[in-house]
Design a protein. Structure first.
Length: 710
């Protein structure tokens, strides 16, 4: 099997055969450290000491090739010549990655080869979280902290083997000990990550706190407010979220003042406590939720900010950019005292979108962040993050290339890449294939690659390391905005399924993750799709089922007649899911891989949910027609609706008795299970009530709990 990720330069000749053992490992390097020791231990586990085995020599190298991008830090040169293996590198991570490549090659190693390898993207990340960067721990299957922790350690080994070095672990907010045992668990996790060269990222706000409007236990941190004097004085307004065309500036008192050092220091204190307690060393720092930056945001600043930063310009040092630069300098300086390797990744205002941001808006974002980074004193610890951006709409220039001109200190991407819990919940999304449009980024964290998307992790590993030299598949990526978006959207929607991605690469990824037999079956499961490219669904909380975590409580409420128009489309989706889930489940029968049990169970629970949804929608339509057109109800209607209530409640009881309880306050991978079955029972009950009282909207309804951002 070919290695993942594909090495940057790989020439080989002669026959390939398995490397069955090593005779000796010679360490011609001064000192090793834990990372290299771990790599050697992993190699020794796989390859016994045999008298006729190969000799591996580790050497420091001054080869000029190490001047290439990221080569000195993470690159290596690995050569094999008739039983003599040489691994040359400059830094521990280079040696480690060379050893990881050798581990993969050992299965089938050419007689002679030369590999020169380095990553194009310095920090290459996947997300644990199901709800994009907002939270829900995907490895929490509701079977307890030790089991989740074990799965997360498998994730870290996957990262090590396939050269991913960033895990977005948790969100949103910096409250430590957010459940009993959290700090200690995170500390163990980050310790394992550190040895593997993996940064652990957590997300929260630097100001704004919009998500705190979602209610209890969604935002995991303190909501800071502007107060004069801080912390007990009167609330006051300063800058806030400005999201045109909405003319309002929102959240203006939510910790947004950039001139109050006492407020900033209090935020630093919460972050510091979190970092020290958990060992997390990378912060995804949302500052408000403004994807664009425009003058009204800055013109809304308070009197004190006006005095300190009198310039109304977004880009001036004594204006908006200077104020943000000073804020990040203070954050970084404050945190570095306790956590020397801390990396801050600010997101917004002005992270920009591929589609929504016009060229003019993007230019403002680029100019603003260019100015912020220019004014900063400690810019080496800050990497501003943008969304996936691709081409300018009019002149088709690649926006990441443009950012590279404006922000030479480095920038990154939170790549909402499909399967992200916001736009889609497809389980296999090879969208990282477009990384070459973003190759000037220093950091890319894909908003996918969760516990249920492990093959996607390896797609990300392949293309974030080597964006355009894959041995499996290289997309012919259109060089203009319109054609590119058509290509990209087809990849996201999984309607475009190149054989290179869905065939050999998916197959290889699954075999590496689960072994030959189970891997082949899981590759089939991740390929299953419906007539309109629906996928099997493993979690009750899912964009695919209109049951995403954000904004929607129940997709088709009986007391909201506007839902009616969506019924046919939703019924079709639920019915299709039952078919696809049944097919996927039957394929998984007999698969012994540790993930398979939960995947099977997830498919069964979602099937049950979707069957009930189909019955509920049918009842909804009949009752609605009775109310609107006087179409008589069939005999037995009430009994059939009663049965929906009873079946939903009975299944809910069964789920409760199954004993799965998430430690994640947001519910982990079993999020919304109880809630959705309850909502079906409740809404079916409302239909009965309406029919019995002859009132389309029944009285005595529960208050709606629609989640609002603010
Ligand atoms: Zn202010």
């Amino acid at each position: 099997m070919k290695p993942i990720p594909t090495p940057r330069e790989y020439t080989h000749s002669g026959e390939s055969r398995p490397l069955t053992g090593l005779r000796e490992i010679r360490m011609n390097i001064p000192e090793t450290g834990e990372t290299v020791k771990l790599g050697l231990a992993m190699l020794r586990d796989a390859l016994p000491v045999t008298p006729d085995g190969a000799v591996l020599t580790l050497v420091s190298s001054d080869d000029a090739w190490f001047a290439a991008r990221n080569a000195a830090e993470q690159g290596y040169i690995l050569t094999h010549d008739g039983g003599t293996l040489t691994l040359a590198a400059r830094q521990p991570m280079g040696f480690f990655y060379g050893l990881m490549t050798l581990l993969q090659l050992a299965e089938d190693m050419p007689e002679t080869f030369v590999i020169r390898d380095r990553p194009e993207i310095r920090w290459r990340g996947v997300m644990n979280t199901l709800w994009a960067e907002s939270g829900i721990m995907s490895y929490d299957f509701g079977d307890g902290l030790p089991a989740m922790e074990k799965r997360l350690s498998v994730l870290l080994n996957t990262c090590a083997r396939y050269k991913l070095n960033l895990v977005y672990a948790d969100a949103f907010g910096f409250r430590h000990e957010r459940f009993p045992g959290y700090d200690a668990f995170m500390k163990r996790f980050t310790d394992l990550a550190k040895i593997r060269g993996v940064r652990v990222m957590a997300g929260g706000y630097g100001m704004g706190y919009g998500q705190s409007g979602h209610g209890q236990n969604v935002f995991m941190g303190k909501v800071f407010r502007n107060r004069d004097p801080y912390p007990d004085g009167e609330l006051y307004d300063c800058i806030g979220t400005y999201d045109p065309p909405n003319p309002d500036i929102r959240g203006r008192s939510y910790g947004t003042c950039l001139s109050d050092n006492a407020l900033t220091d209090d935020k630093i204190d919460e972050m510091r406590q979190y970092l020290l307690a958990t060992g997390v060393n990378t912060l995804d720092l949302h500052n408000m939720d403004s994807d664009e930056i425009h003058e009204p945001l800055w013109l809304a600043r308070c009197e004190r900010c006006r005095k300190r930063y009198p310039n109304d310009s977004l880009y001036a040092e004594d204006g908006c950019a200077g104020a943000f630069a000073a804020f990040y300098d203070r954050l970084l300086t404050g945190l570095r005292e306790s956590v020397p390797d801390v990396l801050i990744c600010p997101v917004s205002p002005g992270y920009a979108y591929a589609v929504r941001s016009t060229d003019r808006t993007f230019e403002k974002c680029r100019r603003f962040w260019g100015a912020v980074m220019r004014y900063m004193k400690c810019r080496d610890g800050v990497i501003p993050l943008f969304r996936e951006l691709f081409h300018n709409h009019d002149d088709n220039r690649l926006r990441y290339d443009m950012l590279d001109e404006s922000i030479p200190s480095g920038f990154g991407s939170v790549f909402f890449s499909g399967g992200d819990g916001f736009y889609s919940d497809k389980y296999f999304v090879p969208s990282a294939v477009v990384t070459k449009t973003m190759e000037r980024a220093e950091l890319i964290v894909c908003a996918n690659g969760s516990a249920l998307q492990r093959p996607t992790q390896l797609m990300n590993a392949e293309y974030l390391w080597n964006p355009d030299g894959s041995a499996f598949y290289n997309a012919d990526i259109p060089d203009n905005y319109t054609d590119f978006m058509a290509f990209y959207n087809a990849i996201l929607a999984t309607t475009h399924r190149p054989e290179g991605l869905y065939g050999e690469l998916l197959e290889t990824a699954c075999r590496r993750l689960w072994g030959d037999t189970d891997g082949a079956v899981l590759a089939e499961v991740y390929r299953i799709h419906g007539a309109r490219y629906e996928c099997p669904v493993f979690t009750v909380c899912s964009v695919e089922l209109y049951t995403r975590r954000t904004r929607v409580t129940f997709p088709i409420r009986w007391d909201d007649p506007s839902a009616e128009e969506h019924l046919p489309q939703m019924r079709a989706r639920y019915a299709e899911t039952v078919t696809l889930n049944t097919a996927a489940r039957s394929r998984l029968f007999g698969v012994t891989a540790p993930d398979a049990e939960f995947l099977r169970e997830g498919l069964a629970v979602v099937s049950e949910l979707c069957q009930l949804m189909v019955r509920y929608i049918d009842a909804y339509r009949m009752a609605a027609e009775w109310f609107t057109a006087g179409v008589p109800l069939e005999g037995g209607f009430r009994e059939s609706v009663r049965a929906i209530v009873d079946d939903a409640e009975a299944y809910r009881k069964r789920l409760a008795e199954s004993g799965r309880t998430a430690v994640d306050p947001l519910g982990g991978a079993i999020a919304r299970r109880d809630e959705l079955f309850d909502l079906i029972a409740y809404n079916a009950g409302l239909i009965l009530q309406s029919v019995e009282t002859n009132m389309r909207i029944p009285e005595n309804r529960r208050p709606d709990v629609t989640r609002q951002w603010w």
